[in-house]
Design a protein around this ligand. Structure first.
Ligand code: SF4
Length: 349
């Protein structure tokens, strides 16, 4: 059985054609999948019984419930989902993190909720500070697997923002990620604003260039050092897609209006937080309307990188602000359940 969930309206039109359904059935099916979010074909009641039977012979909706969830003391929830074919002998698993706006523990359900979604099982790119990278690569998520993380969580009806910052490098799975963004934002899909979506990348240029043209979602670049050799020691992808070329691609895109670009920067004490670093960051980002988000390093077993100290983190932020760069310190959320930045591992049972 194939899954319908994750198919674009064009793919649904092809399926309708193959089964002898009218063309307009593709829009009806998309509406049931993405707006009404039904779990079975039999619930698609504006299709005739005969057409529902034809569809059910070869297709299922294909949504997956979560197989485990953990709650943090700060209100963050980490979900574990199986991915791939429901009948796979050894199912793979990925983690998804739902992060309520700070201070939301038990507050009314109208508050903003950001969902951090995964795009791959593991990752090939091996960033030194990242638990997912340490695991190696185990597989790609389909478009349906990506979207399922948003609709199959308890808080699915209050998702305000989506960040592709979970497991995997989104632009190492570009087709599925762009397709998911399209379904999220299309009027026949979920109808969300692209400005509620942010995709984070280390700068995989072929996918990044497509994203800049094919989507208007926000962009976040994992920066971590403005110096090539130093960045390469933290982010090996620097050797293939240098930051200088990534910045050139970004400068060719209009980030002056509603679309935003930000730079993620994990601060390692004494390593990438010196006056030399802030000076070079100001130089390479000069003239680009952007923001730097400073993050604390969450220690990972077997990785010897120095976590930042609060005083030097503040000092580094102030030095960037003094150079005219909008800089914020991102709060660590869900650290007690290993849901914070760089900690996701997708360990299933
Ligand atoms: S930080 Fe992102 S790109 Fe780097 S290893 Fe982790 S998941 Fe992969």
């Amino acid at each position: 059985m194939q899954s319908l969930f994750g198919k674009t309206v064009e793919e649904l039109r092809d399926i309708a054609g193959q089964l002898g359904l009218p063309v307009y059935a593709s829009r009806q099916i998309a509406d049931w999948l993405y707006r009404k979010q039904v779990l079975t074909v039999s619930e698609m009641t504006n299709l005739s019984l005969k057409n529902r039977d034809l569809l059910s012979e070869r297709f299922v909706v294909g949504r997956r419930p979560c197989i485990r969830l953990q709650r943090s003391v700060d209100g963050t929830v980490k979900y574990l989902f199986h991915i791939g074919a429901p009948d796979a002998a050894i199912p793979q698993a990925v983690e998804t993190v739902a992060i309520p706006e700070a201070g939301d523990g038990g507050a009314p359900a109208s508050r903003r909720l950001t969902v951090c979604v995964s795009s791959q099982v593991g990752c090939k790119l091996g960033c030194r500070f990242c638990m997912t990278g340490k695991q190696g690569f185990h597989g790609q998520l389909s478009t349906g697997d990506i979207l399922n993380q948003l609709v199959s969580i308890e808080e699915h009806d209050r998702v305000s923002n989506i960040v592709f910052m979970g497991m995997g490098e989104p632009f190492d799975n570009t087709d599925a990620v762009l397709s998911a963004i399209r379904i999220l934002t299309a009027e026949w899909g979920m109808g969300m604003s692209a400005h509620r979506i942010t995709v984070s990348t280390v700068g995989v240029l072929p996918g990044l260039k497509r994203f800049l043209v094919e989507s208007s979602a926000h962009l976040a670049i994992s920066l971590h050092s403005p110096f090539a050799e130093e960045r390469r020691s933290l982010v090996p992808a620097q050797a293939v897609w240098p930051l200088s070329e990534v910045l050139t691609a970004i400068r060719g895109c209009d980030f002056g209006h509603q679309r935003r670009v930000s730079f993620e920067y994990i601060v390692f004490h004494g390593l990438n937080d010196t006056p030399r670093h802030s000076k070079e960051l100001a130089r390479i980002l000069n003239g680009l309307r952007c923001r730097i988000n400073l993050l604390r390093f969450h220690e990972i077993p077997g990785i010897s990188l120095p976590a930042t100290e609060e005083a030097s983190l503040l000092r580094f932020r102030d030095s960037l602000v003094a150079k005219g760069i909008v800089t914020t310190i991102r709060a660590s959320r869900g650290q007690d359940i290993a849901a914070a930045c760089g900690m996701l591992a997708g360990k299933g049972e």
